[in-house]
Design a protein around this ligand. Structure first.
Ligand SMILES: Nc1ncnc2c1ncn2[C@@H]1O[C@H](COP(=O)(O)OP(=O)(O)OP(=O)(O)O)[C@@H](O)[C@H]1O
Length: 228
């Protein structure tokens, strides 16, 4: 469970969000939505521990758990001279260490993940030669290999065609059904309504939680219904 305790996020001490209060229950699948500049990426980075809160705090599971992280494509270094296989193998670092050998079972797990996203034929290609949608498939393969119990993804379908989006959404649903907690920044409300049981919408003055399904928590329920 991740709890936001009167959390504001931003830069150089200046908040870009209102104070946020609420809970992402273990196993929940939440779409983080809001207008451009409302602070979605900043909130995600703060929850991931990449930025310090401006005020308030984020309570994470202890010990801090393995986090699957997918930044916006613009933040990804594509020209680093490694193969697609090696890029996906980075998802194994918690299993084998940064400089550990990739044993046969990890090698199989990497190839299985590449097959799942339809990219097995590109294992020896360089990431810089892939299209945006192909690279996104490969980054999803890395998430599959990592098999983290918590995943945060920032606009994973930006610039991705509808067929690839469907495939990647299906993979996210599989992770959700396996008990993974998912927090995903999205803009397409049709996708949010079809696939996401829970939504956190950032607005200037406040945030709205909605549609909790079975993952409803008292804190979020109170927030939605205006109780203290
Ligand atoms: N490194 C930074 N330093 C200072 N301000 C920043 C920095 N990065 C983002 N901002 C500002 O913080 C605000 C929130 O940005 P953020 O990227 O979190 O919004 P967002 O909701 O994810 O937007 P979008 O939907 O356009 O991706 C914006 O006003 C942005 O200009």
């Amino acid at each position: 469970m991740i709890t936001l305790n009167q959390l504001t996020v931003g830069y150089q001490g200046n908040a870009v969000t209102p104070a946020l209060e609420g809970v992402f229950a273990t196993g929940s699948m939440t779409a983080l939505v809001g207008a451009n500049g409302s602070g979605k990426s900043t909130l995600l980075k703060t929850m991931a521990g990449l930025l310090r809160p401006v005020s308030g705090s984020v309570s994470m599971p202890r010990p801090r758990i393995n986090l699957g992280w997918l930044p916006q494509q613009s933040e990804i270094e594509k020209t680093f001279p490694i193969s697609v296989f090696d890029l996906v193998a980075m998802g194994c670092w918690q299993k084998c260490g940064w400089f550990g050998a990739i044993n046969r079972s990890l090698r199989e797990a990497i190839m299985t993940a590449l097959e799942k996203v339809g990219m097995q034929a590109f294992a020896t290609a360089q990431p810089g030669t892939l299209s945006g949608g192909q690279l996104q498939r490969v980054l999803f393969a890395r998430l599959l290999v990592q098999d983290a119990p918590l995943m945060m993804l920032d606009e994973p379908f930006a610039g991705v065609d509808s067929q690839t989006t469907e495939l990647l959404l299906h993979l996210l649903q599989e992770r959700h059904q396996a008990g993974c907690t998912l927090i995903v920044v999205l803009h397409d409300m049709a996708t949010v309504e079809k696939y996401f049981p829970q939504t956190l919408r950032l607005k200037n003055s406040h945030a709205e939680w909605s549609g909790f399904g079975s993952a409803v928590t008292q804190l979020n329920f109170n927030r939605t219904h205006g109780a203290s």
